[in-house]
Design a binder for this molecule. Structure first.
Ligand code: SAH
Ligand code: ZN
Ligand code: ZN
Ligand code: ZN
Ligand code: ZN
Length: 517
């Protein structure tokens, strides 16, 4: 998954354009009058405000909820900006043109035709990321095409499709087999019968594979994801094209009803939501969305169940803990380290690589969740939860305090456990890295001022850089007319052109984040 904005590089880039000091972008509260947000191709936009040195700038603006790079969606509008009828019409046409070429129904019909074909006629265009019917072959004759697509391959779309790694939009980082299997086993042990997979295509896939192979396991799964390519492989009741930053269903009410029915089945019993959003995104819009999904589930509850919570697994880096718990106070973090396939830096510690900073946040009591001892976890009877082997119980803190899986040391002056590399600084009067400079805010985060992380690890950094960029570009454009993007053609693949470039750019930022503190 994507690190928050390219780590140190992003910080340097930001500084080099002269945006020093405490600045950031925050989600703004809509003003008293309920004005509907303007729409971009990704549904309703979000209202942002730029914050400089703790002061809000008065001019607020709308920008795309899903894309943190203007190359992916260039929507920008000042909150108080009045658009001419012609511009509104042009925008509407642009939004239309950016929608997927096929409706959800058409995709399903194509799939049903495809599986009827004999093996030798089942082809997949790797360039266009599309299953081909015989009528399409001509158009793709110059492309790299995979033949003999088997039923097994069709059941594993996350292996057939290449991951969309562009970190400012999809940030598609797929679970390593071990982590994915751990999740499926855990969900089944906990007795769940339905899993709402929000941005977890590989988990969705493994649940379905497990259910069809093993008669004892019968878990249903519904995938909500912005990656439209998946609509080629699933029926309407198991995939919805969805934006988790604004709770937008691209196929409107029909899709929303699929989701509602799924959450409310059996009076809402036996369902859990599992989500693994791009880390570059803001926590707040995600929290707002998840609360909407929770509300949808609640509607199906009977009165006497009113204090029950929808069980949730939110997979995210450990340094977002305080931010997540701010929105969901009942959530606790598990020590389990989630590993990814297509991210060299997030592999398991035991393989000699960096340890993954990604954890599971949940409202399920931690004593119900067993972590595998063979992978280096043990049960702490005092904390009543499984922890990393190195995470030693501290009798002063009365907890197993480590967040990163290493052994932390108790500091009697700070009255808490701190990272092993930190020493107590008598000038700053708290623990810090040995080579810090003792000048107040500089030790903390430039964006929010918190002392426990640098700007590169700040939960607000995503929005900060994006908005700075948005404002800068807007100024640059001044008199330039808004340039309309041209149609992207009939392909499923909206990003292949930039893919190679993104690959090269993939930043080793998480490891940097772990090392800078
Ligand atoms: N580890 C997961 C994948 C997580 S990567 C797995 O293996 O199943 C993040 C996922 O979120 C990707 O599938 C990506 O397509 C999806 N995503 C990114 N932005 C999104 C958005 N705005 N709305 C919905 N899904 C999004
Ligand atoms: Zn958009
Ligand atoms: Zn093709
Ligand atoms: Zn301690
Ligand atoms: Zn200290």
């Amino acid at each position: 998954m994507a690190a928050p904005r390219g780590g140190l590089e992003a910080v340097e880039a930001e500084d080099s354009v002269g945006l020093r000091g405490t600045s950031g972008i925050e989600l703004a509260l809509p003003s008293g009058l309920a004005v509907p947000a303007p729409l971009c191709p990704h549904g309703p936009t979000l209202l942002f405000v730029k914050v400089t040195q703790g002061k809000e700038e008065t001019r607020r603006f709308y920008a795309c909820s899903a894309c943190r790079d203007r190359k992916d969606c260039n929507f920008f509008q000042w909150e108080d900006e009045k658009l001419s009828g012609a511009r509104l019409a042009a925008r509407e046409a642009h939004n239309q043109r950016c929608q997927p070429p096929l409706s959800r129904r058409q995709c399903v019909e194509r799939y049903l035709k495809f599986i009827e074909l004999p093996l030798t006629q089942r082809k997949f265009c790797q360039r266009c990321q599309q299953l081909l019917l015989p009528d399409d072959w001509g158009q793709h004759s110059e492309h790299q095409v995979l033949g003999d697509v088997s039923v097994t391959q069709l059941r594993k779309p996350s292996q057939l499709l290449y991951p969309l790694e562009n970190k400012k939009t999809n940030a598609q980082y797929l679970f390593a087999d071990r982590s994915c299997q751990f999740l499926v086993d855990l969900l089944s042990t906990l007795g769940f019968r339905r899993v709402l997979c929000v941005g977890t295509p590989r988990l969705h896939e493994l649940i379905r594979l497990t259910t069809s192979a093993d008669k004892n396991s019968n878990i249903k799964s519904l995938l909500l994801d912005i990656d439209f390519r998946y609509s080629q492989f699933y029926m309407e009741d198991s995939f919805c094209h969805y934006n988790m930053f604004n709770h937008h269903f691209f196929d409107g009410k029909t899709a929303l009803e699929v989701c509602r029915a799924f959450l409310q089945e059996d009076k809402g019993e036996g369902v859990i939501m599992v989500t693994d959003p791009p880390f570059g995104g803001l926590v707040e819009p995600l929290a707002i969305t998840f609360k909407k999904l929770i509300a949808m589930w609640k509607e199906g509850q009977s009165q006497d169940d009113s204090d029950k919570e929808l069980p949730i697994f939110w997979i995210f880096p450990y340094f977002f803990e305080s931010r997540i718990c701010q929105f969901f106070p009942s959530f606790r973090m598990l020590d389990y380290q989630v590993d990814y396939d297509n991210h060299a830096l997030y592999k398991h510690g035991k393989t000699g690589r960096k340890q993954s900073p990604v954890r599971i946040f949940t409202n399920i009591p931690l004593n119900k969740i067993i972590l595998p001892t063979e992978e280096g976890y043990r049960f702490c009877s005092l904390c009543q939860r499984y922890v990393s082997l190195e995470n030693q119980h501290c009798e002063h803190c009365n907890s197993c305090p480590s967040k990163d899986g290493r052994k932390w040391n108790h500091c009697f002056l700070c009255k808490k456990c701190v990272k092993p590399s930190w020493i107590h600084c008598s000038i700053c009067n708290h623990c810090a890295v040995p080579d810090h400079s003792c000048q107040g805010p500089k030790d903390g985060c430039f964006i929010c001022g918190e002392l426990d992380h640098k700007r590169s690890a700040c939960p607000n950094i995503a929005s900060s850089k994006r908005a700075n960029e948005a404002v800068r570009k807007q100024k640059q454009r001044k008199s330039n007319k808004m340039k309309m993007e041209t149609t992207k053609g009939q392909s499923m693949n909206h990003t292949s052109a930039t893919r190679r470039k993104e690959r090269r750019e993939r930043a080793p930022s998480i490891s940097l984040l772990l090392n800078v503190q």
